[in-house]
Design a protein around this ligand. Structure first.
Ligand code: SAH
Ligand code: SF4
Ligand code: F3S
Length: 448
């Protein structure tokens, strides 16, 4: 019998935004070249990494709880190493390093250093690198796909953020904005397609400010989307997040022009009040935002629209809050991610604006936002009844293997009877009923 040497097992847990998922794949790519094998079994891992988010306080609390769990695990299984990576590592790396469970801490721009930090932790003591970089884009690293059975993958096209919205921690945890070479973006997209992925999402905190300059030529975001869309017309393209200030006519036209560029735009509004938007440093007004929405509806009549919105920003009056509700109604979002303001240490708002909306009011306002949006989503979904949508099959429905689940280009979830379609197939589905969260339909493709 051959002696099989066990390779060290790497387990990565990811919190926060899609960019963190893409980053975990970069980290896995780096560690696989060091001999690690990816594992989904935390109990038997040799190295546990937790990729963290700092955007709201509750995101950080979850990580502290997980670290306490890892502490117990380390006591039971000697030799496990634990690393904290991502935005929280960047924000409070020194505090994290004091936790008994933690061996290494690496910020979003120091992932190439992780092997070295692990060596240091084994010999000298905890390894920390939370240096931010103005140039790191992880060029030349092949990300390791964490879930190969998926059909939808993420490609980072830029890192960092220069917008400094006054409430937001991201510019501090991710550093300055930098775009990736379009040649590398295209080659990553091709590697996904080679692995049978059927949908690619281009990622960045502000994707539509993407810009790559190479000598005299420059590639803008609409140009990049066009290049990516042309790689394979049967593969869907999505992108997120678009900042309203950069949603140009050229971009809307590219979305309209290419059938495989999904007819969906995630356009975070944050607030419907001009005075709040100004204090948030969002760089647009309610009127400008609504004008952009009209332009989108004019050029892409079937475009899905989603948003991020939050209540309780410093100084938000009842009238400001009502402006947010009215804007939500006016736009008629298909979906919204809704939050209450969480003060983040070090941001402009934390330093200069008082967190003066009490918790009870924040919660009441959030409930009103959620209730309003549920009604709007329900109504929007009702208007889909009778229409036929292209659905990308993602798998079986949660409730039954007799049903499949997938998404429309507009990013709506559709459940329909399984007539032998495969995961990754595009199926035309006629919608027959709906709720606020899901559409139910019937496939109209001929299956044979
Ligand atoms: N780059 C994206 C969003 C990044 S963070 C954009 O510009 O829209 C995701 C969402 O979290 C934000 O859109 C915002 O709605 C919310 N968010 C960010 N900071 C927050 C804070 N301090 N409190 C509550 N919500 C916050
Ligand atoms: Fe944060 Fe604003 Fe940058 Fe989005 S655009 S990541 S909200 S600072
Ligand atoms: Fe969170 Fe960092 Fe993303 S703070 S939202 S993980 S960029």
């Amino acid at each position: 019998m051959k002696l099989q040497l066990k390779t060290p097992q790497l387990y990565i847990e990811t919190y926060g935004c899609q960019m963190n998922i893409a980053d975990s794949e970069i980290v896995a790519g780096i560690l696989l070249t060091q001999g690690y094998t990816l594992s989904s079994d935390v109990e038997h891992a040799d190295l546990i990494l937790i990729n963290t988010c700092s955007v709201r306080d509750n995101a950080e609390q979850r990580v502290w709880n997980r670290l306490d769990f890892f502490k117990g695990l380390k006591r039971r299984h000697r030799g496990i190493m634990v690393g904290v990576i991502g935005c929280m590592a960047e924000r409070i790396g020194d505090d994290l390093a004091k936790h008994e469970a933690v061996d290494i801490v690496a910020g979003p721009d120091s992932y190439r250093d992780i092997p070295m930090l692990l060596d240091k932790a084994k010999t000298e003591g905890k390894g920390i690198n939370i240096e931010l970089s103005e140039v790191e884009t992880y060029s030349g690293i092949t990300p390791e796909r964490i879930q190969h059975d998926q059909i939808s993958g993420f490609v980072n096209i830029m890192r960092g953020c220069n917008n400094f919205c006054t409430y937001c921690i991201v510019p501090y945890t991710r550093g300055r904005e930098r775009s990736c070479d379009p040649k590398e973006v295209i080659s990553e997209v091709k590697s996904f397609i080679a692995l049978n992925y059927r949908e690619i999402t281009l990622l960045g905190q502000n994707v539509n400010s993407y810009k790559w300059i190479d000598g005299d030529t420059q590639t803008t975001f609409p140009q990049l989307v066009e290049m990516v869309a042309q790689v394979d017309p049967t593969v869907r393209i999505r992108f997120t997040t678009s900042h309203p200030k950069d949603i140009s006519d050229a971009l809307i036209e590219v979305i309209a022009k290419y059938p495989n560029v999904c007819k969906h735009i995630h356009l975070p509004v944050q607030s419907g009040s001009n005075s709040v938007l100004e204090r948030m440093n969002r760089k647009y007004t309610r009127e400008y935002y609504l004008e952009r929405v009209n332009k989108i509806r004019e050029l892409i009549p079937n475009c899905g629209l989603s948003t991020d919105i939050f209540c309780g920003f410093p100084g938000e009056t009842e009238a400001d809050f009502q402006d947010s509700l009215r804007l939500m109604e006016e736009v008629g979002y298909d979906l919204a991610f809704m939050f209450k303001y969480s003060e983040r240490p070090g941001t402009y708002a934390a330093k200069h604006l008082s967190d003066d909306i009490d918790e009870k009011t924040k919660t009441e306002r959030l409930m009103k936002i959620i209730n309003l949006q549920n009604g709007i989503s329900k109504k929007r979904n009702q208007t889909d009844i009778g229409k036929t949508y292209e659905v990308l099959v993602e798998g079986f429905s949660k409730k039954s293997e007799n049903d499949l689940v997938g998404r429309t280009q507009q990013n709506k979830v559709v459940v329909f009877p399984n007539k032998g379609f495969a995961v990754g197939e595009l199926v035309n589905v006629k919608i027959i009923s709906s709720s606020s969260a899901t559409l139910l339909g019937e496939a109209i493709n001929d299956k044979n």
